[in-house]
Design a protein around this ligand. Structure first.
Ligand code: GLN
Length: 462
């Protein structure tokens, strides 16, 4: 990448920002930082966006919430630090659904992100890493960091016709990433070019002692050992993904994609992971439960903007301050507390944990590779990769998205039906446009920790 291109990207930001509302804050020193930085580093002259739930010094971290409008972190998240050390200049913090909760990019205190693929109408960019995907699609940055808890890197990548990579759980440090649901949260990379995703991943795919869930060095060695370069792959198509209500046009595109893979010489097999049908209830039982505990720190004392009205008026502690959360976040708090209360804990939370484990085991069974974390040794007749669509459709307009959501809040939850299973199993997954410039993604996943298999495959067909 040349310095000239990088500077042009920075110069385009104010105009793009006005049209698409991509950023929550912009780094006004970016131009100077680019000019001052060494051209010899691993990622020199690359301009990046960072989702605004990942902390960095010098710009606020709002999580798209009124609760954090004036919060500025005293330190950089580990992944941001690694990027800066490798020469990346951060152009700004990207807009998102508040605290990562949503799939349309419409639940931000700073207003919705508009999809740059549709410059003449108001179309959703997908969420929750809406600004990150839009920044890449609009050409404001070379790549952007997002976070993916249940699909938030892959769905916006699909809607904005770019690549979105969610690595295996634990590969990129979460230190400095504001937790949504810590057993699922993953930092992901969005770009137009697979080679940029690979270069960036190489830099931030590191053990971090500051993150207790970071994959240890020994496991990383085992992960490298399970990767085998194969020209002809066995690729599974989970049948559960085909049974959803997908229109014929998208089914045809998927069929054409499969035929392309067969022409290259890959073998396609139908596979079944029956638990996929349970992923939405499992996800929406576990993730709000984890979110409730993470959000408890925003009490106006430790973190969060305190409301002007006294928090102890009428004997109600924290209520006015907690009202700084938007509606979606408040809904999740109620749902999470409900799932954890004594009457429902066993029937909901514990059951969801058991079902999650069952799903992980079913995923294991279909893969040829072993799982470095479980005792699974690999299925000799199993597949190397699985594929399916990322989204059930191309992106809706903002109006139709809001209309569907107001008729029932759970309508929005259906958008992630294809992405959640891989999040629950922690699998490395890449979403890429099904055909050039088409805002519908196809996702490719591999056995846990075999991120290289996914990236190598994508490299081969893009
Ligand atoms: N849409 C899902 C949710 O609202 C996924 C979000 C995410 O991956 N951060 O929970």
């Amino acid at each position: 990448m040349s310095l000239k291109t990088a500077l042009a990207r920075i110069k385009s930001i104010p105009g793009l920002q006005k049209r698409f509302n991509i950023f929550i804050s912009v780094n006004h020193g970016a131009e100077r930082q680019l000019q001052d930085s060494s051209p010899e580093l691993a990622l020199s002259n690359l301009v990046a966006g960072v989702k605004d739930n990942i902390v960095m010094k010098g710009l606020p971290t709002t999580c798209g919430s009124r609760m954090l409008v004036d919060y500025e972190s005293p330190y950089d998240a580990s992944c941001v630090q690694e990027l800066r050390d490798a020469g990346v200049v951060i152009a700004g913090k990207t807009n998102l659904d508040e605290f990562g909760m949503g799939s349309g990019g419409v639940h931000s205190y700073f207003g919705p992100v508009l999809n740059p693929m549709y410059p003449n109408s108001k179309v959703v960019a997908g969420g929750s890493s809406s600004g990150s995907a839009a920044a890449v699609a609009a050409g404001a940055v070379d790549f952007a960091l997002g976070t993916d808890t249940g699909g938030s890197v892959r769905l916006p990548a699909s809607y904005c016709a770019v690549l979105g990579f969610k690595p295996s759980y634990g590969r990129i440090s979460r230190f400095g990433v504001v937790a949504y649901a810590q057993s699922l949260d993953t930092v992901g990379i969005i770009a137009k070019d697979i080679s940029i995703i690979r270069r960036v991943f190489k830099v931030i795919d590191k053990y971090d002692p500051k993150d207790p869930t970071s994959l240890g060095v020994g496991y990383r060695k085992k992960a490298s050992a399970i990767f085998r370069k194969r020209d002809k792959l066995r690729i599974g198509v989970p049948q559960e993904f085909l049974q959803q209500s997908i229109c014929d046009q998208y089914k045809d595109l998927f069929q054409q994609f499969i035929e392309k893979l067969m022409r290259i010489g890959h073998e396609i097999y139908p596979v079944s992971i029956p638990s996929i049908k349970d992923s939405l209830p499992i996800y929406y039982t576990l993730s709000p439960a984890e979110a409730v505990s993470n959000l408890s720190r925003f009490d106006g004392v430790r973190y969060g903007t305190r409301n002007d009205i006294s928090d102890i008026e009428n004997g109600v502690l924290f209520a006015p301050t907690r009202n700084n959360f938007g509606r979606e976040v408040q809904d999740r708090i109620i749902l999470g507390n409900y799932n954890l209360c004594s009457e429902t804990f066993k029937n909901n939370y514990v059951k969801a944990q058991k079902l999650r484990l069952q799903m992980m085991n079913q995923f294991d069974e279909i893969f040829r590779d072993s799982n470095i974390l479980s005792n699974f040794k690999g299925n000799e007749s199993g597949v190397d990769l699985i594929i399916g669509l990322t989204a059930t459709s191309t992106p809706p307009t903002i109006n139709s998205f809001l209309k569907a959501e107001s008729s029932s809040p759970t309508n929005e939850y259906l958008n992630d039906v294809f992405t959640m299973p891989m999040s629950l199993a922690g699998l490395p997954t890449l979403s890429m446009p099904i055909a050039k410039e088409i805002p519908l993604g196809v996702q490719i996943a591999a056995q846990y920790a075999n991120d290289n298999a996914v990236l190598e495959f994508a490299d081969g067909i893009l």
